[in-house]
Design a protein around this ligand. Structure first.
Ligand SMILES: Cc1cc2nc3c(=O)[nH]c(=O)nc-3n(C[C@H](O)[C@H](O)[C@H](O)COP(=O)(O)OP(=O)(O)OC[C@H]3O[C@@H](n4cnc5c(N)ncnc54)[C@H](O)[C@@H]3O)c2cc1C
Ligand code: FES
Ligand code: FES
Length: 1363
């Protein structure tokens, strides 16, 4: 259907206004466009900014609010979390909203949730935190309503498992989730206090009672009022409010609905939208402004009821999935039906996340499945149980089977789904009277996240009626219904041919094999579906799982059939997450070394922390959105906004032609060069910025950008360079300055000559990774007097953004000022990649002389971000028969994309991490290729993570060739002190600093590595469909300190203000700097300095106040900023000493405040700045750590569960062990995202197609290790380090390779077994293989054998035939 533009910006509702409450405040809207989301309203028209926009599609939880509804008849309030980015503001009429500020705040006191999030170190950047808090609050409020026993004082009725699930749909990119889970679990009545990790409430070893007494007290009866009395009164006094026939309709009966539809449909061209939860727009990104009228179906009783009788359960179409789950769980007199309904409910709990299910309707889901071919779970599972639906079409009512409904032509927009009926199943009903007949029912889904919030690769549900065979021990299938969906088919289907084949048959291996063969021909994804063969194999696997226990039941009593199925439950994943954390704090430099709470964590939790997009818009502010290229190389002949209506509402279209005279087309700058802000006449990669469209609101700007038409021409242009091979052919490289190109080690030819074995020219390919900071790129530019520009930027390097802006505007640098207070997650992506965003705003503001801001939508951010460098690696390695490597050569082709960015640092970074082993001799040829792809930039541990992986891949390959245990090959190739010196000339340090060997041994003990290896062998021997693997890996990670400024000022009252070059990204730099300031100033030794920590405030980075801030990158900014601050404090202490001595002589003791007052009166300069320049000889140093990870791979689905991860990481003497622990855990989890989950896919033109939360899956609480033991090692005195500390931001990310290696080990076992089934045991090289990164489910399954089920059955058939 043709899209139309919104006719007006605001639409007047009927006589009624929209009335609702937010945090107890009344809001009344008489005009609002019905397409306005609750999030848009809250963020733009209220002061409540805790509600964050991150994905805008229901996939992240940053925007969750508590929605409360009041039932005046029962005088009851219902509370549930909803995603405000999808909820329409018109649908919250007479509701109350609670946001995180509403729970508590810095003025009225924080809520225990905020306090516990803060104390458990569960907030790093803080962008996800308010949403997390509300998700937990919603769970607490609802738990209190359950009839469970009263919890002990300070706790809630919530269980540990519910506490964990409360945040199952909320994403966090910083913490790795463990501390968040701890904060949530601390409220659960059944929590084991020992299970809660490091926190600022109690000390190690304190009794359980003391611990409980120190937790911020939670009193369930002090509940926040979620529904204000005034709103209840208003509702009571006008129980039935009128919904007038304007743009938003609330029909109260079918008749009203019919007449509305009739009249609207009669009006030619009127576009009507039926709405329930509006969550469908999260997937289909419909532009709602195109609709003229909205009909909210939720008030029609027939559509919102759940009724139950002997025949089944009828669920009204507007019933939410959450309510349907509750109803299905309620139980039934018949055990089997209860089980069926329970299983349907369990499956439904994996749909989306709680805050979506709370508003998403069952009917909306089925309509999306029917009309738009949405890969629905509900359609599949209800199809298997023979459900029927009631629909109204052309104002007539019909009852159809779900199969008929799904199979008919797409429902037109005037048709309404009324209800769905799920029947009860009676064996006798189907003609069978046999009393021993059993009904079996199971549902299945394979998805990247076991707990939900991920669409399935395939889902299935099977219902079978089986009878024990009288003449043998077998089982006869009387009847079977097999439904499959979401695999790349239009709608869920019934596998009729297989059903017919199986009906009446006695189940045997042969019958099962035949059924599976038939199924293979039926479940075939449509052309173009990703991982098509994998999806088909899942269908086979699930059918096998369902029926195979029945084949085994030959020898089992028939009554056991149902319990066999329970045992085969592979989906049971929701068991509790646990961890052990060991940190040693160091008292010597108090308060440095204390695990103090992150500065600002509580107000990050309440949502009061101000990020760039939270700064109120200045008067006249405009909003911008980028128009980007979708072609890799083309002439841009023109750009225009498609519709006239939008054109008229756009304030400007800024492009290369708008760069002022004297300015340059510069978007970003690094020491290696610059990146154009906009494409000129040629666009050179898909995702390149072509123009910046500016309008009154962000929504309008986004709409205009989305609808822009770019006229391309590719005639007579050379083909773009889209692969590194093409770049080599056409010699398209970025120059790497010789001082950055690492030196080769030893003599490669000699090393090869010494080798007993060689592997030549093996290949590895590595893809990209997206930053997925929760706050996307954002900036606000405000023109100032005298041609100056003030820019707020969410940036990791404001100094460089400043310079880029000045170059673009053609002004001197003192005309520009860039301010950054905090960044909602950076991971490298807010360094260079943030600059063009700030520059574009500044350019637009400069041209239009109005403030201009932007907050990139997730899709644009993902398309433009670039991300980690993909690469192709070719290696040749020589080694001895005992596993000792003698020589390694690497040919590495790095895809740098179109602009140079920081890509020339990649060779150095890579080789730095690769040298973690003693390779004998190491030679390499590294080329950084310039291609027509988006510019690649630094992402946390850039190059190092890939290199660490390559090192392990080489060792794994060597071990496989030698049939040796990989761990012993690793052992053999770990550095000695001598080889370390050879490989790391500049950074190896003193011999005692090489802590890796002791970490390596300690970890083997603490993780019980050797016992577990044996247990795993036993497990693998006795399990066919699950295999486990374990792997221990070391890391050596080189970092370098950079010059960094600092400034400390002591105010008259003794409070202290600090500025540092480093930016607070969530990594805790402000916290460490505060600690260092307090420590360093306290050396003045006067009364009151022990409380100095409370007096220190670190303030935003301002490029005119503190120059030369540099980059916040490379893991060392915290320590170098601390050192800069220490230098300042030392100067101040020196200045204060004479004053102190004077006072001391007079009074005998000196208080800090009196000292400062006196110093002020004596005109002592109490402000100083410094520029810390690290000593060249010791600026590089090495970080060490090791990890053991154990995984379990499911051979049917390819799912990998991380059972346990143990880490020991050397932090020197940590400046703040809690902060460093958070960095270790967060980095590890981000790393496992790279190795296991995150596919940053592009199309053949290089345009990113994984452009949102639907397709890009970062780790969630159900994909992190179930057991996570981390020890932050205090390795003592390091003379040349800042107070003996070491870095923690990036190196631990490399440890995640252990998960990948463990997966490879498990797959190896699977492949050995497969060879056995194929009769190839011992005579093939199935254990030599490359495991791709990321090792997603399809990748793992493919290596375990897409046909492993078939092979197994064949082997059974063969053994039966031969026995
Ligand atoms: C983040 C996220 C993850 C999800 N994951 C899954 C998943 O894993 N598996 C799965 O099965 N689903 C999933 N869903 C889909 C979700 O179940 C549906 O979005 C939801 O059920 C739709 O219900 P709604 O009330 O919000 O519909 P709306 O968005 O209000 O409506 C959806 C469409 O149906 C029409 N419509 C709604 N009700 C009726 C009716 N009664 N008669 C006629 N037309 C109607 C509307 O006009 C609209 O076109 C996910 C959704 C989100 C946002
Ligand atoms: S912003 Fe609403 S769920 Fe992500
Ligand atoms: S703290 Fe969760 S995203 Fe940063």
């Amino acid at each position: 259907m043709e899209k139309r533009e919104a006719a007006t910006t605001s639409i007047i509702r009927g006589g009624d206004s929209l009335v609702f409450a937010v945090n107890g405040e009344r809001f009344e809207l008489s005009t609002v466009h019905p397409s306005t989301t609750l999030l848009q309203f809250l963020r733009s028209q209220t002061r409540f900014k805790s509600v964050k926009l991150s994905c805008g599609e229901g996939g992240c939880g940053a925007c969750v609010v508590l929605l409360s509804k009041y039932d005046p008849v029962r005088d009851e309030v219902e509370n549930f979390g909803v995603s405000s980015c999808l909820t329409l503001v018109c649908s919250v009429d007479r509701c109350s909203i609670t946001t995180s500020e509403g729970l508590g705040n810095s003025k009225d006191g924080f809520h225990p949730i905020h306090q516990r999030f803060s104390g458990f170190h569960a907030s790093q950047c803080g962008y996800c935190t308010p949403g997390m808090c509300i998700s937990l609050f919603s769970a607490l409020v609802n738990a209190e309503k359950t009839p469970r026993a009263e919890p002990p004082p300070g706790f809630s009725k919530l269980t540990v498992s519910e506490a964990e699930k409360a945040i199952a749909g909320n994403l966090c990119r910083c913490t790795g989730y463990r501390p968040i889970v701890d904060a949530c679990k601390s409220f659960a009545a059944d929590v084991d206090m020992e299970d809660l990790g490091i926190n600022s409430f109690w000390k190690k070893g304190e009794s359980k009672e003391t611990k409980i007494s120190k937790l911020p007290f939670y009193n369930p009866s002090d509940q926040i009022c979620t529904f204000p009395e005034f709103l209840k009164d208003e509702i009571r006094s006008s129980m039935q409010w009128n919904s007038k026939t304007y743009s938003w309709y609330n029909p109260f009966s079918v008749e009203q609905l019919q007449s509305m539809l009739e009249s609207n449909l009669a009006e030619n061209g009127t576009r009507v939208k039926l709405v329930v939860g509006n969550t469908g727009t999260g997937y289909y990104k419909e532009i709602l402004d195109q609709y003229d009228k909205f009909i909210d179906l939720r008030y029609i009783p027939e559509l919102s009821l759940i009724t139950r009788d002997q025949k089944g359960i009828k669920i009204g179409a507007t019933v939410t999935i959450s309510k349907a789950i509750l109803a299905l769980k309620e139980g039934n007199n018949d055990e089997f039906h209860s089980q069926v309904f329970q299983k349907i409910a369990d499956h439904m709990e994996k749909i989306a996340s709680g805050f979506i299910r709370n508003t998403a309707s069952v009917g909306g889901n089925l309509v999306m499945a029917q009309r738009n071919y949405f890969p629905s779970d509900i359609a599949t599972i209800l199809l298997a149980v023979g459900s029927t639906v009631n629909i109204m079409t052309d104002l007539k009512h019909y009852k159809l089977t779900l199969e008929e409904f799904l199979g008919r032509s797409p429902l037109d927009y005037g048709s309404v789904l009324f209800s769905v009926h799920i029947p009860c199943w009676e064996p006798a009903r189907n003609g069978s009277k046999k009393s021993s007949t059993k009904l079996l029912f199971e549902t299945y889904r394979a998805a990247p996240r076991p707990l939900g919030n991920a669409l399935a690769y395939l889902n299935a549900a099977f219902l079978a009626e089986v009878t024990p065979c009288k003449t043998s021990n077998g089982v006869i299938i009387d009847n079977i219904q097999l439904a499959f969906g979401a695999y790349g088919t239009k709608c869920a289907i019934r596998a009729r041919k297989v059903e017919e084949f199986l009906a009446g048959k006695q189940l045997s291996v042969n019958v099962l094999s035949e059924a599976i063969k038939l199924l293979g021909a039926i479940v075939v994804p449509e052309v173009g579906t990703s991982s098509a063969a994998y999806r088909s194999s899942l269908a086979v696997g699930f059918l096998f799982e369902f029926l195979h226990p029945l084949v085994d039941a030959f020898l089992t009593k028939p009554s056991k059939i149902i319990s066999i199925h329970k045992q085969f439950d592979i989906e049971n994943v929701a068991s509790s997450l646990s961890r052990k954390l060991v940190v040693e704090s160091n008292q010597k430099y108090y308060p440095v070394g204390e695990p103090i709470t992150k500065a600002g964590a509580a107000f990050q939790a309440s949502g009061e922390a101000v990020f760039v997009d939270d700064i109120s818009s200045p008067t006249n502010c405009l909003h911008g959105a980028f128009i980007y290229s979708t072609k890799p190389l083309a002439r841009v002949k023109g750009v225009k906004i498609r519709s006239k209506a939008l054109q008229d509402r756009v304030a400007g279209l800024i492009s290369v032609g708008d760069i002022p005279e004297g300015g340059d087309n510069v978007g970003a700058k690094t020491i290696f060069g610059f990146e154009p802000l906009f494409a000129d006449d040629l666009t050179r990669f898909a995702g390149q910025r072509i123009a910046f469209v500016v309008a009154d609101t962000q929504k309008l700007a986004d709409l205009a950008a989305e609808s822009a038409l770019v006229d391309y021409d590719t005639e007579n242009l050379e083909p773009p360079i889209l692969t590194v091979e093409e770049a080599v052919e056409r010699s398209s490289f970025f120059e790497v300055p010789p001082f950055l190109y690492p030196a080769q080690v030893g003599d490669f030819s000699k090393g090869m000559a010494e080798a007993d074995h060689k592997i030549l020219s093996a290949e590895i390919k590595l893809g990209s990774q997206y930053y997925f900071y929760m706050e996307t790129q954002t900036s606000l530019a405000i023109p100032d007097e005298d041609n100056c520009m003030l820019v707020y930027s969410s940036s990791q390097c404001p100094e460089f953004a400043h310079s880029a802006i000045a170059s673009c505007l053609g002004v001197s640098e003192n005309n520009v000022r860039v301010i950054t207070r905090r960044v909602g997650g950076g991971f490298g992506g807010k360094a260079i990649r943030a600059m063009p965003v700030a520059t574009a705003c500044a350019l637009a503001a400069n041209k239009l002389r109005r403030p201009v801001r932007t907050y990139l939508n997730r899709k644009t951010d993902m398309v433009m971000a670039g991300g980690r460098h993909p690469m192709k690696v070719t290696y040749s390695v020589g080694f001895k028969s005992n596993g000792k490597i003698t020589a390694l050569h690497l040919g590495i082709l790095i895809n740098g994309g179109f602009s140079v960015d920081i890509s020339p640092i990649m060779p150095r970074n890579m080789i730095g991490a690769l040298k973690k082993y003693d390779w004998g001799a190491l030679s390499f040829d590294i080329k950084v290729c310039k291609t027509n792809h988006s510019t690649k930039s630094a992402m946390r541990a850039p190059g190092e993570v890939q290199a660490s992986f390559i090192a392990e891949a080489v060792l794994e390959h060597v071990a496989s060739v030698l049939s040796m245990n990989v761990d012993s090959v690793r052992n053999r190739n770990l550095h000695t002190v001598e080889s370390l010196k050879l490989f790391y000339e500049d950074s190896a340090g003193e011999y005692f600093e090489y802590t890796l060997p002791s970490i390596w041994d300690k970890l083997a003990k603490s993780s019980c590595l050797h016992q577990r290896i044996e247990m795993i062998q036993q497990f693998n021997g006795s399990n066919k469909w699950q295999k486990r693997g374990i792997s221990r890996v070391p890391i050596v990670h080189e970092v370098a300190l950079r010059p960094t400024p600092g400034k400390v000022s002591i105010l008259r009252d003794g409070s202290v203000v600090v500025e540092v070059g480093g930016i607070e990204l969530g990594q805790g730099i402000w916290t460490k700097v505060k600690q260092m300031t307090a420590f360093a100033l306290s050396s003045i030794q006067c009364d009151g300095t022990e409380d100095l920590l409370e007096k220190v405030r670190v303030v935003q980075a301002d490029t005119l106040s503190l120059i030369q801030g540099g980059f916040t990158a490379g893991s060392t900014t915290s320590e170098s900023s601390c050192e800069a601050v220490r230098l300042c404090c030392n100067i101040l202490v020196e200045r204060l000493y004479p004053v102190k001595n004077e006072l001391l002589d007079k009074a005998g003791s000196v208080k800090w405040e009196s000292l400062i007052l006196q110093a002020h009166s004596q005109a002592v300069n109490l402000s100083t700045s410094s520029y810390y320049v690290p000593d060249f000889t010791s600026m590089h140093y090495l970080n060490y750590g090791a990890a053991v990870s154990e995984v379990e791979v499911n051979l049917v689905t390819g799912e990998t569960k991380i059972l346990q991860a143990d880490i020991i990481y050397d932090c020197g003497q940590s400046l703040n062990p809690a902060v460093d622990l958070g960095q270790v855990e967060g980095a590890f989890v981000q790393g496992l995202g790279f190795f296991m989950l995150e596919e940053y896919e592009t199309n053949s033109d290089g345009l990113v197609v994984a452009d949102g939360t639907w397709t890009y899956k970062i780790p969630t609480i159900d994909t992190i290790p179930k057991w996570f033991n981390v020890e932050v090692l205090n390795s003592g005195h390091h003379q040349k380090r800042v107070l003996s500390s070491k870095a923690s931001g990036e190196p631990p990310l490399l440890l995640a390779v252990s998960v990948h290696c463990a997966t490879r080990a498990a797959i190896k076992e699977a492949r050995k077994q497969l060879s056995c089934w194929k009769g190839l045991e011992g005579c093939d090289d199935s254990t030599i293989f490359q495991l791709e990164v990321p090792a997603t489910m399809p990748v793992v399954k493919e290596l375990c054998g897409l046909d492993n089920v078939e092979c197994y059955l064949k082997s059974l058939q063969l053994s039966v035939a031969t026995s």
